[in-house]
Design a protein around this ligand. Sequence first.
Ligand SMILES: [Ca+2]
Ligand SMILES: [Ca+2]
Ligand SMILES: [Ca+2]
Length: 128
Amino acid sequence: MRVKVVGGLNFENIPSYTLNVQVSDGLLSNSANITINVTDANDGPTQAVLSNNVVDENVPLGTIIGSFTTTDEDVNDTHTYELQNSFDFDINGVIRSPVVVVGNNLVTDVEIDFEQFSSFKVRILLYN
Ligand SMILES: [Ca+2]
Ligand SMILES: [Ca+2]
Ligand SMILES: [Ca+2]
């Protein structure tokens, strides 16, 4: 007997299946329940959200702008955030990012001057 998977298995939706198998030799028959367990694999994180994306200018360096949270089917997973790139800004003659990632937080790394730049984009690398 062969059991073939025809659809996508997802541990978080259905962790096991019970198959009722019937056998017959033409005269006599019997049946048995067979349980197939799906093991939990690491699902990739799907969406990261920043709790806040507005910050006052001139706040002290190291001010938390917002915190990241991530959607992941694996309830016990923890996630790591890394600043991949930020639109580089000329800050007192040095091209650099105005923010850094510290743990789950996006944090100012300069005193942001609204008249110098009023918005910027960052790209965050997220993994678990
Ligand atoms: Ca899954
Ligand atoms: Ca999983
Ligand atoms: Ca995961």
